[in-house]
Design a protein around this ligand. Structure first.
Ligand code: BMA
Length: 316
């Protein structure tokens, strides 16, 4: 449990939770795990909305300050398309990047594919310029795979995709490279689950990598299986800007379930970030996360404090 005994880098927004199914314009069972990006000078969330069938679609919510007065689309903006192999169970857990080189946003989300090996989760890539019209770029990599995001720029001539396959029962964070957003290779493990720690059973990317003066900032979730279920917490890492090697990784988790909306919900004791935005005017890092698979909440930190903390970490 977050005892508050160590320095808290992230502060919960006092208006949490910022979005719930109760303030949704149409029937929704739960709203959580949003992607986040700055769009037309506004903060845009692409929120995972679960219906009463148990399937998810994505809907936009926009706000001028990223905290209050969210304008929610009156209808879903993005749903699974069987035509593109996204057969069952909908779309989940979007991550969004702006790709300057393509002049478009690329959304990575989890979808499910019917195949010989059942209906495993896989990765769908979807491009948009306006969060209204969407171009399907198709499924990527071999399922089961999830928790994926592109880096927000081409690195040494390659698109780089962080992803989380299950390999021999292990759930580590991998990185894969492509020239065309279609064929992938040079795959390698980036961040491993660690033995007997808070992140020992699974790790997965949280929000997309953020470019900083010190390296790529990685916000990831780590899972420990307990007798009362999986406990999802958040850790940090820093990657070299060029080689993408891990140069720092927090030994401890830096954010975990504490408040009642994080402790109790459809799935208890979950904090699950999928989107983060740096407010360049204030240097504030705004991290949007799903709490207990039920509501959307916000935690903020000063970006310099996050980097100072990481530079003190020696473990990786
Ligand atoms: C993960 C994903 C998330 C979910 C989390 C906790 O595997 O499915 O969508 O928030 O589990 O239930």
């Amino acid at each position: 449990m977050d005892t508050g005994k160590f320095e808290e880098i992230f502060k919960r927004y006092e208006g949490n939770p910022i979005l719930t199914s109760e303030n949704w314009p149409y029937e929704a069972a739960s709203v959580f795990n949003p992607g986040a990006i700055k769009f037309n000078d506004e903060f845009l969330l692409l929120v995972r909305v679960e219906d009463k069938q148990g399937y998810s679609h994505l809907t936009t919510a926009k706000s001028k300050d990223g905290k209050t007065n969210w304008q929610i689309s009156p209808e879903p903006v993005l749903a699974a398309e069987p035509e593109f192999g996204e057969d069952v169970f909908g779309l989940e857990d979007p991550r969004i990047v702006w790709l300057e080189e393509r002049q478009e946003y690329i959304i990575t989300c989890v979808s499910f594919f019917k195949g010989v090996a059942g209906e495993p989760p896989g990765i769908s890539l979807i491009a948009t310029k306006d969060f209204f019209n969407f171009e399907r770029l198709g499924r990527q990599l071999i399922p089961p795979n999830k928790d994926a995001s592109l880096f927000p720029k081409i690195i040494k001539g390659y698109y780089v995709l962080i992803n989380r396959p299950i390999v021999e029962g292990r759930a580590d964070i991998w990185v894969s490279f492509s020239k065309d957003l279609n064929f992938w290779g040079k795959d390698r493990v980036l961040i491993s689950a660690r033995h007997r720690t808070w992140d020992s059973n699974r790790v997965g990317l949280g929000s997309p990598p953020i470019e900083t003066s010190e390296g790529w900032l990685i916000i990831y979730h780590g899972v420990r299986n307990t007798v009362s279920g999986s406990l999802y917490r958040v850790g940090l890492a820093l990657l070299d800007l060029e080689t993408l090697e891990v140069i720092r990784r927090s030994r401890d988790w830096v954010f975990g379930p504490r408040e009642s909306y994080e402790r109790v919900g459809d799935v208890d004791s979950i904090v699950f970030p999928c989107g983060a935005v740096v407010d360049e005017k204030t240097n504030e890092l705004l991290v949007y996360y799903g709490a207990a698979d039920s509501v959307v909440a916000l935690a903020t930190a000063n970006l310099d404090n996050v980097l100072t903390y990481l530079k003190k970490c020696t473990e990786y």
